[in-house]
Design a protein around this ligand. Structure first.
Ligand code: ATP
Length: 322
């Protein structure tokens, strides 16, 4: 293999840049040519491909987002779109591609793999919702961002004796809510993986205020509903007047924390090694501090679903919300 490509796809995540940087530097170190494919599969089909040099990845290790930009493309889900993308790769002589993105991006990479282009996937999403890895690139930064935001909100909650309902991202996964909820000492955490009762939330709020607590924080993962729905429930069933904050896109951006930089760097270099060995159709991750390598099919299957740590974290939070 002499020429490889790298693209970022789906939602951007902090740590994608360190991963791109690692792929580029490792490829050049190994004597390969490396091409940046801009705007994910959309850019691939349009031929937005550029040879990258060391200078192109200078000064990006600490930057959020992705210098390669990202996109979602319905056309690439079709056979026609995939063949168009493969034509572009063949024109440039690119034999292998590192795809950094979420589950959907892996499905696109699987299609390329099945059609003869070597692909390796790196888990790039803040949601931590990819099977076969304990952590995705961007998740730790998002937890950090949410924790900082909730700490600030807590100052106001304490000063005014407010109850705050804070809605966080994560799509169908409760990881950001569970981790940040535990880190901020939230009274209640609502995640899709675990049924929690709104009545119990109210009981905990009441008990807390009765023993002199000056504030309450409820964290709601977007996968269970909106912050406003939960606030409405509290308003309708108690005398509390909760405030709602929807953290939104602030959770996606920002300087990647060291963990995400290191994860992206380790997985990026390993992806190049695997392509050089002729591997393809593999999703990389980190399990028990070791790099994990799984077939895409395994990652898509139910067999790879981990016994979820997030429910444990939410359980601990409930126990401690005395
Ligand atoms: P995030 O977790 O941030 O949403 P994602 O990678 O899951 O990231 P998607 O929008 O689901 O985001 O997928 C990214 C892109 O991957 C899609 O826009 C599409 O181009 C491609 N893709 C998704 N599913 C398929 C599929 N079944 N076949 C081919 N390509 C696909």
């Amino acid at each position: 293999m002499k020429k490889i490509g790298v693209l970022t796809s789906g939602g951007d995540a902090p740590g994608m840049n360190p991963a791109v940087r690692a792929v580029v530097k490792k490829a050049i170190y190994e004597g390969l040519e490396v091409y940046g494919i801009y705007r994910g599969y959309e850019g691939l089909m349009e031929g937005a491909v550029k040879k990258l040099e060391l200078k192109d990845v200078g000064d990006i290790i600490h930057r959020g987002g992705t210098i390669l930009q990202s996109a979602r493309s319905d056309k690439f889900k079709t056979e026609e779109g995939q063949l168009q993308g493969i034509d572009v790769l063949i024109q440039h002589g690119i034999e292998g591609v590192v795809v950094i993105g979420g589950d959907g991006s892996y499905r696109g990479a699987q299609k390329l793999h099945q059609k003869g282009i070597a692909t390796i996937g790196l888990p790039g999403t803040i949601d931590n919702d990819i099977n076969g890895t304990d952590y995705t690139i961007g998740f730790s930064t998002a937890v950090n961002t949410v924790t900082e935001a909730v700490d600030r909100i807590r100052d106001t909650a304490t000063s005014h004796e407010y109850t705050f309902v804070i809605e966080v991202m994560g799509r169908d996964a409760g990881d950001i809510a569970a981790w940040a909820g535990l880190a901020t000492g939230a009274e209640s955490i609502f995640i899709p993986e675990r049924g929690s009762s709104k009545e119990e939330m109210l009981e905990r709020l009441t008990k807390g205020f009765q023993r002199g607590k000056k504030h309450s924080i409820v964290i709601v993962a977007e996968g269970v509903g909106t912050g406003n729905e939960f606030a409405d429930y509290i308003r309708e069933n108690s005398h509390y007047q909760p405030r709602v904050t929807v953290l939104g896109y602030v959770q996606r951006g920002g300087t990647p924390v060291p963990f995400d930089r290191i994860l992206g760097t380790r997985l990026g270099t390993h992806a190049v090694e695997l392509l050089m060995k002729g591997e393809s159709g593999k999703a990389l991750g980190m399990q028990k501090n070791e790099i994990s390598v799984h077939d895409f099919d395994y990652v898509f299957s139910d067999d790879s679903k981990d016994s979820n740590i997030v429910t444990k974290l939410a359980d601990i939070s409930t126990e401690l919300s005395l």
